[in-house]
Design a protein around this ligand. Sequence first.
Ligand code: ZN
Length: 147
Amino acid sequence: MSLNKLNQLYLAVLMDHANHPHHKSSLPDATKSVELHNVSCGDDIRVFIKTKADRIEEISFTGNGCTISQASASMMTDALKDLTIPVAIKTCDDFFQLTMGKTLTSKAKKALGDAAILGSLAEFPARIKCATLAWHAAKEAVGGEIK
Ligand code: ZN
């Protein structure tokens, strides 16, 4: 996929996350971490979470991969931090729906934050795995069922 096909504004947001990722570090006192690989592109992501009671108190990631995988991981940490576990699982599921081309409610879109722009990836099926990798790892980390 040519990144040029993405809307220029979206591209700027994407590149900003890729170049200056949020919460990109390991979490020494993580309560759980999950590492996943996207073999079709070569992306590696490990997601760390620290939960307290039913809430994601801290979330971070490490790894390497393409621009989309790294930007999406950064957006994911912004979106899921401070959520309760059930809401975090729902937010991951909403993101998966979005990347499959489903239209979300404006409330669901808002909950995704910058990640909502990745809905345009539905046109590029080969890159959906890049975008969803970190979200699958996060969902697994909070004990969500992996479909
Ligand atoms: Zn990738």
